[in-house]
Design a protein around this ligand. Structure first.
Ligand code: MCN
Length: 775
């Protein structure tokens, strides 16, 4: 077995550089003659802009330019566009409400950009921004998701009668109606999924450059999808050929789905760079980020799950109100809303289901994908419903799950919400996770806690998600004349460890050592094409692309090797980086073949010189990572503090390229799930829409002491949907963690009579719930 190949838990190649502070993030990039930009943002949730006076700011020393929405309007920049053509519940078409890069006449959330101030230094730009005089007239606002559709709600857009932007439906409404009408039990519950923010380590940044000589823009930005950013800017915003824009994304300090392709700042720095003919750099401060960026989740659902008298599911109905924020700029703002509702089915046999999602506007930041993008929300509902149903029907929750579980031998299976599960061992995952957690002894542990005045609970969740949906991505392997190789990828690492895994795949296929390869991503001039990294797709799609590029290299190199070894192509065997003539001791290594490929004298006549190949891979269907999470908690009823005592996962992400990285991904995902359940929340003041959680003083983030050791075991069930047998892994942890932890908390609270607490489950909420329900 090669030392640096598929399945090896080798250490990450990028870490020495990143851990020593040698990463190259946007704020590390400084260009000659660069200027600095500050974006003045709305302090109001909803206000008319009566006037903007920029004169004082312009007269400040060092200030180069101050721009407002009118300047953008005058230059006729385009908008991203909306391919979805949904209807509103009243049948009228969904309205497209893109966010202007700088506000025009009205601001619609705290943080809505109002003016762009450019100066010689950052401090001068900041001082200048304080001198921009904006006269606002505050008007009523709405931030609360359920309030948006009430008749007395403030309206975000004057021409919307009810703040409802559109409606998405999936499944069979009539069949569900009849299934629930005839069910022996129908469990109905309401679930709130709170609004959170990615809080990546690197707040966003962008540097715009315009080269007059070449009439060409360059954007340096921490984005997940460089090529799509370029496409949007070229096609929709500036109406110029894509070749006139280069997007470069070097190290990215976390993205989590939220470093998207449509941010106004990308347009602003490029547009302004051309106007002032100097590079313009904007970097976001931590407290600006939560105002500037898209948020995640934020919805309220009512779910009904029907069972027959034997405890078999007969139907599922879910009605959701999803808060998409003030603007609807691109399909991206809808992705988390509709693209993963299919996973509401979970790993269970659900004969009929219907889902309705109403998207509503509010005076909040636009929402967009955030780790899981609808999957944790969906899994939360089905897995919470199982526990609630088990309690109401007085059946063991594990038994209820098991009897309704899809069996391995019934797959592939087309679910009633349109997903096409291909493989997985759901019962085995659950069985092993329960064993790891010593579930059968839980009652004893619970008794012990109770004897010490504590509450103890255990929760399970069996997540499944769709990952790596059909869409192409690209890889290129370029050998140099010395036999080393450059690998160019269309995906974009934000911390996932791509440099390592792509080298592992090539190490495995071509036998190269890691130090003989260099991985390049995030540069639209160097990489031919890419869709970028999201939806846990890079391993499956980028990895398969690089796999196929390696296959093409082998095919061509085999011909060269045969010529060198004076053998027939059919007699050549390739293994571990060496070409052998079968049955002889004649061999040549791939490096020597690569060198020979550039020497015409060493090539057979029908072979073109050089050794470089590209491949673009698009899977025919999704992969379905799945698993089982068990979580155990103890609650102190005196303080309401929830302590996570144990966390066990059995995960099936198919064949793992790097089990160590997968474990890290699962751990990180769980941390984000636990954070959301226990403490994270973007909070607004209901009366005036003020952002209350504007910094880490108010937005609680989980720390190491909120966790226990997380034990992860893998059950690799390979998928046949890609040559690696891999399924996505980047979101799996979050998908399972939210319901597992909430189920554990609610299980612990059962003796107190508390049946529901909305996330985040803070000590205060727990304490109040216990004291209110027991009084
Ligand atoms: N992997 C593997 N074998 C598999 C599947 C994955 O070895 N069968 C490993 C690979 O090493 C890969 C990593 O797990 O580097 C994640 O792979 P994959 O599931 O393909 O996900 P992507 O690389 O496409 O990353 C996207 C995913 C998403 S959608 C979010 S959100 C998220 C996540 O990754 N954002 C992250 N993990 C993150 N991790 C970091 N550090 N930063 C983010 O912003």
């Amino acid at each position: 077995m090669v030392k640096f190949g598929i399945g090896q838990g080798v250490l990450r190649q990028e870490d020495p550089r990143l851990l020593r502070g040698q990463g190259l993030f946007v704020s590390d990039i400084n260009l000659p003659n660069q200027t600095y930009a500050i974006i003045l943002r709305s302090p109001h949730a909803h206000a008319e802009i009566k006037s903007i006076n920029i004169q004082k700011a312009l007269s400040l020393e060092g200030v180069i330019a101050v721009y407002t929405g009118e300047d953008i309007l005058a230059d006729k920049l385009g908008v991203p566009g909306m391919p979805a053509k949904w209807k509103r519940p009243d049948g009228t078409p969904m309205k497209y409400r893109p966010q202007p890069p700088l506000a025009l006449g009205r601001v619609r959330y705290v943080g809505d950009p109002v003016a762009l101030i450019i100066a010689e230094t950052l401090n001068q730009a900041r001082d200048g921004s304080e001198l921009v005089d904006v006269e606002y007239e505050s008007i009523p606002s709405v931030t609360d998701t359920e309030q948006t559709i009430k008749t007395d709600s403030a309206l975000v857009w004057d021409d919307y009668p009810d703040n409802i932007s559109g409606q998405y439906q999936s499944g069979d409404a009539d069949a569900v109606e009849s299934a629930l009408a005839n069910a022996s039990y129908v469990i109905k519950r309401r679930f709130v999924i709170s609004r959170v923010f990615a809080q990546y380590m690197e707040p966003r940044g962008a540097i715009g450059v315009y080269d007059q000589r070449e009439d060409r823009f360059t954007l340096h930005a921490d984005v997940q999808y460089p090529h799509r950013v370029r496409q949007l800017l070229a096609e929709k915003i500036f109406s110029i050929p894509e070749q006139n824009i280069r997007v470069i994304s070097r190290d990215v300090g976390g993205g989590f789905g939220t470093k998207g392709w449509q941010y106004a700042e990308h347009r602003l720095v490029l547009w302004a760079a051309k106007k002032i003919d100097r590079p313009v750099k904007w970097t976001c401060e931590r407290s600006e980020a939560i105002q500037a960026d898209e948020h995640g989740r934020d919805n309220v659902s009512e779910a009904e799950l029907g069972f027959d008298s034997d405890g078999n599911i007969v139907g599922l109905r879910v009605n959701t109100i999803a808060n998409i924020g003030a603007y609807l700029s691109a399909i991206r703002n809808l992705l988390a809303v509709f693209s993963n509702v299919g996973t509401l089915i979970g790993v269970y046999k659900v004969p009929t289901a219907h889902v309705t999602v109403k998207t509503v506007h509010s005076n909040t930041n636009p929402t967009a994908p955030y780790r899981g993008a609808g999957r944790p929300e969906a899994t939360f509902i089905i897995e919470r419903m199982f526990d609630e149903a088990a309690r109401e029907m007085n059946i063991d929750p594990i038994k209820l799950r098991t009897q309704n579980m899809i069996s391995s031998d019934s797959m592939p299976i087309q679910t009633v919400l349109g997903l096409n599960y291909d493989c997985g061992e759901f019962t085995k995952n659950q069985f092993e996770a329960l064993q790891m957690s010593n579930y059968s002894e839980f009652a004893k542990r619970q008794k012990q806690s109770i004897s010490q005045g504590k509450l103890r609970g255990i929760g399970i969740a069996n997540p499944i998600e769709r990952a790596a949906s059909p869409a192409p991505d690209f890889a290129e392997i370029r050998f140099s004349t010395d036999g080393s190789a450059t690998i160019l990828m269309g995906t974009k690492s934000q911390g996932q460890g791509h440099e390592t895994i792509y080298k592992q795949i090539i190490g495995d296929r071509l036998g190269l050592e890691p130090n003989e390869m260099r991985v390049i991503d995030g540069d639209t001039d160097r990489v031919a094409f890419g869709m970028g990294t999201m939806g846990s797709r890079s391993t499956v799609i980028g990895g398969s692309a690089v796999y196929f590029a390696a296959e093409k290299i082998i095919t061509k190199a085999t011909k060269i090797a045969a010529h060198q070894l004076e053998a027939a192509v059919e007699d050549i065997v390739f293994k571990g980086g060496t070409f052998f003539v079968a049955g002889t001791d004649k061999e040549i290594g791939i490096r020597e073949v690569a060198k020979a490929s550039f020497l015409v004298s060493k090539l057979p006549p029908d072979v073109e010189p050089g050794l470089y190949e590209t491949a673009t891979f698009s899977p025919v269907d999704d992969t379905y990572p799945n698993g089982s999470h068990v979580c155990e908690v103890e609650i102190d009823p005196e303080t309401g503090v929830v302590k996570v005592l144990g966390y066990w996962v059995v995960d099936d992400v198919g064949i793992m390229i790097n089990p160590t990285i997968v474990k890290g991904q699962i751990h990180g995902g769980i941390a984000q799930g636990l954070g959301q359940i226990m403490m994270e929340k973007v909070a607004y003041n209901k009366s005036d829409g003020q952002l209350l959680s504007g910094s880490f003083m108010d937005y609680a983030m989980p720390r190491a002491d909120n966790f226990c050791t997380i034990e992860v075991k893998s059950n690799e069930v390979p998928t046949k949907r890609n040559p690696l047998g891999a399924k996505g892994a980047g979101e799996a942890g979050t998908v399972g963690a939210m319901p597992a932890l909430m189920n554990a908390i609610m299980n612990a609270l059962e003796p107190t009579g508390v049946t529901s607490i909305d996330m985040p489950v803070t000590p205060e909420k727990v304490w109040r719930a216990i004291n209110v329900s027991s009084s």
